[in-house]
Write a protein that binds this ligand. Structure first.
Ligand code: ATP
Ligand code: MG
Length: 655
């Protein structure tokens, strides 16, 4: 491998960043200027020139899709180079460390991660337990409240004289919820980071070990880290550490999840020796696209001004299409894609971006009708969120961890075994009065209470089934474990006998999960016993589900159009980009119309979308739209009026 020619493909500023001798480097630059490129080259430089071992390198980014992109970019430069390095997300990193140090993290060995749906389920229980009105104290709001608190501090907040009555109630809900999680060995996503922080903070030996191990830390998309992620990173940096962070304040689009763009300034003030390198040349887009993005973002008041330029030439003007309605818009976009394909273009190079997942429905309908293959990245019904898959995973979770009440409730009567709400309430009551898990409560109920023979039998059968599976799987490979669970629980037969295409789809899902299990098993490195493989497989699917996509031809690898939200498009690039639904209330979204700060965040999101385009960008809006079950007359987005007229052409037909 010729490292000189590799480094010749960097501009001076990029090279300066890649080979910087400083231990703290911040690359602050606009979209498409090669930040990720710098980061990947720095990884190669650290290993090839500075002779650091692969295991000393930790590269963190925001989503799993972005981390895959990073890995594949490194491997494209030098084949299989990323092996042995830790490349992933903060959450993935937290999960690994908590698994290795579960005792020091006050967790049971078989702890499991829960997603938002599971959180809602536990919070509904907590709110009911406290006898509160669910309409006033909604589980959805409780999720946001708890997430916000956990993002700010790893400790349960104190109630003091300044706490309002409603704050105290929310905190009570939080407390009950947290007790339930702790008792059942369940960890939500924010809790992963809080526990990681506490683990590192309270265990000097563990902290010293990881400081020593990960001497080289690189963070992409730094503008979207939240406070807790920053705190963990701060702890991990020791005297010998080399850290490179790269980011762009104009692309901070996750403040609603607690991300703090101020972390960039905090880093500079915490590490005053930080070398700041700015990149100004954009390599991705032609100038019409770049100028469109630059002009739009200049309407934001709170930003670090940047000048981005490109030598790519002016390129095509940005197309603007006014559609009669959402169907007209979808046909227009898809006809443009067809025309591109007829000229020999690949569908893989096309992306349709939208503000909210619901907008994908009409696009999907028209793509199906036009017989164009597509992939929906992170769509609303992700693979993992399908009922049959959630049910199958709930069985696996209960087998691994009998305290997992969420899993228990989910599958007690799936497939239907004649256990009604009354029986479940009986179990729940024991669990509340005796402070037991649902599993233990069921066993107590069977031992101590006179139950109707039929109820006794079905509950007993359920316990026997789970115990039987727990024993059997210890001897089996991951594939066989899952195969056994799908069959013995009756899930396979239950879905097979369903009517029509639903049955085929469910059976296909099971096949897919078995294939995935096989692949996972082959690549698994930390094998201690068969249960540990299963445990990590279950968590992997929760942690990594944003890598997932749903495609037109189930799980096909065909050349296909990419559909995704603007949020999901961060860090990616496509030759042909279409941004649809540029209307007030859609983009900027309804929620953002509340204040200028939120509108600025939406504008940054538009900036992210526009800068994904390399050669062609088409923006569209509709005069009328049927959405959320209502027909609405739309007003064109304020962002369209902010685009530079000289870079835009109104178009009336696809070509
Ligand atoms: P974003 O802000 O969207 O994440 P980025 O700053 O990370 O963008 P990259 O994705 O690293 O930018 O680079 C954008 C594109 O420009 C990529 O296709 C990359 O290969 C290309 N590129 C970057 N630097 C150079 C260079 N010096 N020579 C040629 N191409 C380059
Ligand atoms: Mg990038």
């Amino acid at each position: 491998m010729d490292i000189v020619s590799l480094f010749n493909k960097l501009n001076d500023k990029q090279r300066e960043a890649v080979v910087a001798k400083d231990s703290h480097v911040l690359v602050l630059a606009g979209a498409g200027s090669g930040k990720t490129r710098v980061l990947t080259h720095r990884v190669i430089w650290l290993k090839m020139i500075k002779n650091y071992s692969s295991s000393s390198i930790m590269a963190v980014t925001f989503t799993n899709k972005a981390s895959l992109e990073m890995k594949s970019r490194i491997n494209a430069l030098i084949g299989d180079f990323s092996k042995g390095m830790w490349i992933g997300t903060f959450h993935g990193f937290a999960y690994c460390l908590l698994r290795s140090h579960y005792l020091d993290s006050n967790l049971p060995k078989n702890f499991q991660i829960i997603d938002r749906n599971d959180q809602i389920c536990l919070l509904t229980k907590s709110i009911r337990y406290l006898g509160l009105d669910e309409k006033k104290w909604q589980p959805n709001s409780a999720v946001c409240f708890i997430s916000d608190k956990k993002n700010k501090s790893s400790l349960f907040p104190n109630v003091d004289g300044r706490s309002s009555k409603s704050e105290i109630t929310w905190l009570n809900i939080y407390k009950v919820y947290q007790n339930m999680c702790d008792r059942a060995g369940l960890v939500d996503f924010d809790e992963l980071l809080c526990r990681l922080y506490n683990l590192l903070l309270n265990n000097p030996a563990i902290l010293a070990y990881y400081r020593n191990k990960f001497v080289n830390i690189l963070v992409d998309e730094f503008q979207d880290t939240n406070k807790m992620q920053y705190n963990c990173l701060y702890l991990l940096l020791g005297e010998k550490s080399n850290v490179m962070i790269v980011g762009d304040d104009d692309q901070s689009i996750y403040s609603w999840r607690g991300a703090q763009v101020d972390n960039i300034y905090r880093f500079i003030s915490d590490f005053s020796s930080t070398r700041i390198i700015r990149l100004e040349q954009n390599y991705r887009s032609t100038n019409n696209i770049l100028q469109t993005a630059n002009t739009l973002i200049s309407y934001n008041q709170n930003r670090i001004a940047k000048k981005l330029w490109s030598t790519e030439g002016k390129g095509k003007t940005v197309s603007l299409y006014r559609a009669v309605n959402e169907l007209d818009e979808a046909y227009f976009v898809i006809n443009c894609i067809k025309a591109w394909q007829q000229k020999g273009g690949l569908l893989n190079n096309c992306a349709i971006l939208y503000r909210s997942n619901i907008q994908s429905l009409v696009l999907e309908r028209v793509l199906l009708h036009s017989k164009i293959p597509y992939k929906i990245w992170g769509g609303s019904i992700r693979f993992f969120e399908r009922q049959e898959i959630k049910n199958m995973f709930a069985y696996l979770r209960l087998i691994i961890n009998k305290s997992d009440d969420v899993a228990y409730e989910r599958i007690l009567n799936v497939p239907p075994r004649g256990i009604g709400k009354r029986t479940l309430d009986l179990v729940r009551n024991i669990s509340i009065t005796d402070q037991l898990t649902l599993w233990e409560s069921t066993k107590n109920l069977l031992n101590n209470t006179k139950l109707k023979t039929r109820i006794f039998r079905v509950l007993q059968d359920f316990i026997t089934l789970i115990n039987f599976l727990s024993e059997e799987i210890e001897q089996l490979s991951l594939f066989d474990q899952i195969d056994l669970v799908i069959k013995e629980t009756g899930l396979f037969c239950f879905y097979k006998q369903m009517q029509g295409s639903k049955s085929t789809l469910c059976i296909e899902s099971f096949k897919e999960i078995l294939d995935a299990a096989h692949r996972f098993d082959q690549n698994y490195e930390n094998r201690s016993d068969n249960i540990s493989v299963l445990r990590d497989f279950v968590s992997y699917y929760l942690l990594e589900n944003d890598k997932d996509y749903r495609s037109s031809e189930l799980f096909s690898d065909l050349d296909s159009v990419n559909l995704m939200t603007l949020h999901a498009s961060k860090g990616l690039e496509f030759s042909q980009v279409f941004i649809v639904g540029m209307e007030e209330g859609i983009f900027p979204s309804q929620m953002s119309l509340l204040g200028e700060k939120q509108v600025e965040e939406e504008r940054r999101l538009a900036y992210v979308g526009i800068t994904r385009a390399m050669h062609s960008l088409t923006i569209s809006y509709a005069e009328n739209r049927f959405i959320y079950g209502k027909a609405i007359i739309c007003k064109v987005s304020r962002f369209i009026n902010e685009l530079p007229k000289e870079c835009i052409s109104n178009v009336f037909f696809s070509n």
